[in-house]
Structure formats: C-alpha cells, structure tokens
Unconditional design. Structure first.
Length: 413
C-alpha cells in the first residue's frame, strides 16, 4: 500500500453533491491525499456546516443513579466557528457548535471534528460562489497528477520534494555519514555507494515516475551527476525497466544548496522551465516573470495590491490577473465576495486569471506583492498614485462591513 502522501491518479473523491438555485448546497467528500486536505481547507469557511463521524465522551446515568462516562463513535454536524489546518499531521480541525438533533449531544454543544485522510465528510454552505465551485472542480479532477519531483543532493544528504499544482511537500530524506577522503578512498567509496543505494531506493519508494513530468536532480557539486551515472548503470545491470524507460525524465541542474529555499532558485532556471513547460507551476512562474519584466520596462502596465487591481479591473485594463488563494480563505464574507467578483469580472473581460497556492513557491512570491497583482493591456499611470497596500475596504467596503455581524467581520482563523 502506498504512503498517504504519495500521489495517485485520482482527485479527492466526490460522493455526492446537490445545489439549489439560490446557491445553497452540500458536497460529500473523502480526502485521500495531502493535497486534497489543502483543497478542503480552502473550500471551508466560518459559517459552513460539517457533518462527519467523530468520537465524544457521553455520560450515562445507571439504574442506581451513578453516572458513567464512555467514549462513543457518533455522527455530528457542527456549524464552523474556527478551522485549523495541520499540514504536518495531515488533518483539519473544525470547531463549532452542534446544529443538528442528536440523541447523544444537545443542540449548541461545542465540539471539534478532526478530519484526517480517508475520512468522509459532508460540507454544507448557504452560498456556493463561483470560486467555491471552481475549487471543488479542481479538487475532484480525476486527471489531477503530480507535476515535478525534486531531489536536492550533496555528499551524504538527499532531500526529496514533491511539487504539485498547489503544494511543495517534503516527502523523504536520506542522510549517510561519509568519511573524509584520505590517501586511500576505499572507505569513502563504500560509504558513497551505500548512500547512492539508499537514494535509489528512495526514488523507488517515494516518487511515482508514472505521474511526474520530470525529476530534478540538483545540488551545489558533482554528487548529483555522479549519482545519475551510477543510477542508470545499476538500472541497466538489474534490469530496472521503470528507471530505464523514464531516464529522459531525470534532469541534472545546479543549485546553491540542498535546503528548501533552493526550490525557488530552481524554478527560475531556464533549463528547468523547459523541462516543466506544460505544468501549472510553470504557467504561474511565467506570469510572475512577465510581471517583473514589465515593472522594469513599462511600470505603467502593472498593478498590485487590492485597491490598484480593483481600479484596473473597473477600467477593463487587466490582461493577466494573479491572486493567491489565502485572500479568498482569510477574508470576511463580504470581502471574499469582492475578490470573487473581481476575478469573475476580469474573466468576463477576457483576462487570464491564475489562482496561486500560498503553499507553493510561486504563491510565496505573490504574497510579497500583497497577494494580488495584474499585467495590464494598456498603460494606466494614474493608478500609481493609489497605495499598493490599501485593501478593498478602502475602495468602498467599509459601509458594507458595518452591516455585517461582528463575528463575520473577523477572520475565521
């Protein structure tokens, strides 16, 4: 059985969905991979309902009047008040109040539902907006695949990373102590072979070569190149057809270090970009690169920050819109709708709209630009006077915000 984080060919399981004309509806889902949990986290908001199986302490009074406590597995539905995404533990915790009649738990009682991999849940919303529906389609896309595997190597250390459309996940690490080279290198060579063997097995166990577009082998020295030669020799000698058939997928490139920050450096590399040309990550990186080039050459044809972008969309000027997903997740209800409407309006105007994941290298870069930026069809020098840090509330949401209940005006986090 493959580990939970090892990608498969299917997206998150959608068992059932039903939506009413006013947008109210529900979807029954099973998250089977780490990436599914991230999609589920982005789909969920304060005020939603979550129905799932859970464990709860139940007090029972015996015939003699004694009270006994037992833990029972029951089904509960809570109205969500807060959400916690635990990437390391592969789970999401939904805290809220019981909102459905239950023989074991009274209405309004507080409870936390912990959703792990392969747990079934039903997500209910009063309004599924266009962005929610798009996220649901992407999360349950059966053609979803991993995109790029990265192996960062130097002598004795190999860090395995998996880049999907939305996650940059650490999946494995190999560490072998290598002796210093002396006049005789016998001990060093033996240790190096032992290291190579563990890395080879790590590739077999932790990278699905049928799914990834390529495997980037990177590092500051020549260990990665030596390993690549050794790996192909071993595959030939042992008749490992899986490695041999995919040998063109292995690409050796330079990286300044073997730590996670090297991923950003790698994805900007021209050779790497050619290798991942058809991936979603490449499209996002290309859009960011075009944005930064435009900043230097034609600064009047870019905008960034919620208020600048809002103004550009109002003038039908946006050619490419880039938005990080955390803006939809962390905004209050009214503010979220403004972001959704802005994306929908830009799409209707013919703009290319790209939603970046805050858990991806490209999303981290976009967050440094307030999480939203655009490349314009024509120059708009006047929007340069608008503060790039100004939020949408400064563009007219304050009046609407006052009409919201105070709890809706707070971030659910």
């Amino acid at each position: 059985m493959q580990p939970a984080w090892l990608p498969s060919r299917v997206g998150m399981k959608l068992l059932h969905k039903e939506f009413e004309k006013d947008g109210k509806g529900l979807a029954t889902l099973i998250a089977e991979e780490s990436e599914d949990l991230w999609h589920l986290f982005n789909l969920s908001m304060k005020g939603d309902t979550i129905k799932a199986m859970t464990y709860r302490k139940i007090q029972k009074e015996g015939s003699t009047g004694t009270v006994q406590t037992e833990v029972r597995k029951i089904q509960m539905t809570v109205e969500v008040k807060s959400i916690e995404y635990d990437a390391a533990g592969n789970c999401i915790r939904y805290s809220g109040k019981n909102c459905e009649e239950n023989q074991w738990v009274k209405m309004g009682a507080h409870h936390t539902l912990e959703i792990e991999l392969n747990n079934k849940l039903t997500l209910g919303k009063d309004r599924w907006d266009a962005m929610h529906l798009q996220q649901l389609d992407e999360a349950t896309d059966v053609h979803k695949t991993s995109e790029v595997a990265v192996l960062l190597m130097e002598a004795g250390i190999a860090n395995f990373h998996l880049l999907t459309a939305v996650l940059a996940k650490d999946v494995h690490r190999v560490s072998v102590s290598l002796p210093k080279k002396r006049a005789t290198t016998t001990n060093y060579d033996k240790a190096l072979v032992r290291f190579f063997e563990q890395v080879y097995q790590g590739i077999k166990d932790h990278i699905n070569l049928d799914l990834v577009k390529c495997v980037l082998m990177a590092g500051p020295g020549f260990v990665k190149d030596d390993f690549l030669v050794w790996m192909l020799q071993k595959a030939t000698q042992s008749g490992d057809t899986q490695i041999l058939q995919k040998k063109s997928s292995f690409v050796s490139v330079h990286a300044s270090c073997v730590h996670k920050q090297a991923l950003k450096e790698l994805l900007a590399d021209e050779q790497v970009q050619k290798s991942i040309a058809n991936t979603k990550a490449a499209a996002h990186l290309k859009a960011l690169e075009e944005f930064y080039m435009m900043v230097q050459k034609e600064p009047d044809r870019v905008c960034y920050g919620p208020k600048q972008v809002h103004e550009a969309v109002e003038k039908c000027a946006v050619q490419t819109l880039m938005v990080v997903d955390s803006l939809f997740r962390n905004a209050n209800v009214k503010l979220r709708r403004q972001y959704v409407d802005m994306v929908e309006t830009a799409r209707d105007q013919g703009a290319s709209c790209q939603i970046f994941s805050s858990q991806h290298v490209s999303g981290e870069q976009l967050q440094q630009l307030s999480g939203i930026a655009g490349i314009l069809r024509f120059p708009l020098p006047e929007i340069g006077d608008i503060d790039s840090d100004a939020g949408l509330s400064d563009a007219g949401a304050e009046e609407e915000k006052e009409k919201l209940p105070q709890e809706d005006a707070d971030d659910f986090m």
